[in-house]
Design a protein around this ligand. Structure first.
Ligand code: SF4
Length: 387
């Protein structure tokens, strides 16, 4: 069903995105009608270019659109050009206070600078950084953080609050606009979910700049995922947010996976296999929990959007399978029913089921890849014929 038709039939699924202006982080558009991009941040020593490249390659493989790299010292910006050459996704250089690192990072090929112009020591330095960004085609992210608001704003507002965070964002944005620089996006992160959501809501009305969403210092894998999903999920559902970073005290690859899962849950992106599975109970016809764990691992490399239902018994199995590309429902004696495009397809033994499902998902992904490459093939064939 076409997207517009689907929304007419199920308007309760509609998310109307806030209209932001579009900027670019390297080749990745951010804002406007661009897909919401997913980003993460490396945690290797940036000065160790090879380790950082390896980590970014794993991040790319997980599907990230953009990656941020800390540049705390000159050794880091010196390593940056080698890192840029060794990876495919655009790099955001994370700079705090040291305007020279910003200029070095722009020269080294960073696609975006995360820098707050109000914190780099005066108008002349802002002018130099903006000039370097213009010269090297960098965008800028203004990154306001509830834990490090400017002193004058804390004095004015008494504590970190949504108004102070928006004032901080606009204070930095004005400095860029003074130099006729509009290729910037903004984040107003806090570790408190309420403060984060209220700050972004207020900011979304105060500017048309694209917004980078995040709940900062959200914690370890479980609590960080929960807090991020509540905070960012709330905003994304309201149409706010153009690029996201989930912050976890964990592997950056995990941040990317959680980011995509969040967007998938809201139908805002559709990358990889979306597994719908039941929690299992005494009725299960096979080991649902172990099966799902193995399938998630074995199918992590699939980028094509495919839905897969893995349900323990016939109570919910056929109903869920009716709306997924592939499905398996337990229930027979050591066997279950495989569903394809919502229809029962074959009885499969529990012992064979994982291999069979992995095989079918891989085949479907291959067919989808081939179908999406066809227009190119047609164009190439037409070009060859014309030559
Ligand atoms: S689908 Fe069946 S096995 Fe799964 S939780 Fe529900 S009743 Fe239990």
């Amino acid at each position: 069903m076409a997207h517009d038709e689907a929304m007419r039939v199920r308007p309760w699924r509609m998310i109307e995105r806030r209209k932001s202006r579009q900027i670019h982080v390297g080749p990745v558009p951010v804002g406007g009608d661009a897909p919401i991009s997913v980003q993460t941040m490396t945690n290797t020593l940036t000065s160790d270019a090879q380790a950082t490249i390896r980590q970014i390659q794993a991040i790319e493989e997980a599907g990230a659109d953009i990656v941020r790299v800390s540049c705390p010292d000159e050794e880091s910006t010196a390593a940056l050009s080698e890192i840029v050459r060794g990876v495919s996704i655009p790099i955001v250089a994370d700079i705090h206070f040291h305007y020279k690192r910003g200029i070095e990072a722009a020269k080294a090929g960073a696609a975006c600078l995360r820098i707050n112009p109000g914190n780099i020591g005066g108008k002349e330095r802002v002018r130099e950084v903006v000039q370097a960004a213009k010269d090297h085609g960098c965008s800028i992210r203004i990154g306001v953080n509830g834990g490090s608001l400017e002193r004058h704003l804390l004095e004015q507002y008494g504590e970190p609050c949504p108004e102070a965070m928006v004032a901080s964002a606009l204070y930095h944005a004005d400095m860029l606009e003074e130099h006729d620089f509009r290729e910037y996006k903004i984040s107003v992160k806090a570790s408190d979910v309420f403060l984060t959501v209220a700050a972004y809501q207020a900011l979304s009305e105060a500017t048309d700049a694209p917004l980078h969403l995040g709940v900062t210092e959200a914690g370890g894998r479980r609590i960080g995922t929960v807090k991020s999903s509540i905070g960012m999920g709330n905003l994304l559902w309201a149409g706010i947010g153009d690029t996201i970073r989930v912050s976890l005290s964990d592997d950056p690859v995990e941040e990317v996976r959680v980011g995509f899962d969040m967007l998938k849950s809201l139908n805002l992106r559709s990358r990889g296999v979306n597994v719908i599975s039941c929690p299992s109970c005494a009725r299960q016809g096979f080991e649902v929990i172990d099966t799902v764990r193995v399938l998630e691992e074995r199918l992590a490399h699939i980028a094509e959007p495919i839905t897969l239902s893995i349900i323990g018994c016939v109570v919910n199995g056929p109903g869920e399978a009716a709306y997924t590309d592939l499905g398996f429902t337990g229930g027979g004696k050591d066997s279950g029913m495989l569903y394809v495009s919502g229809k029962p397809s074959a009885k499969v033994s529990n012992a064979e089921m994982i291999e069979r499902i992995v095989d079918m998902v891989e085949q479907k992904a291959e067919a989808m890849r081939a179908a999406s490459a066809e227009p190119d093939a047609d164009r190439d064939a037409a070009k060859t014929a014309a030559e």
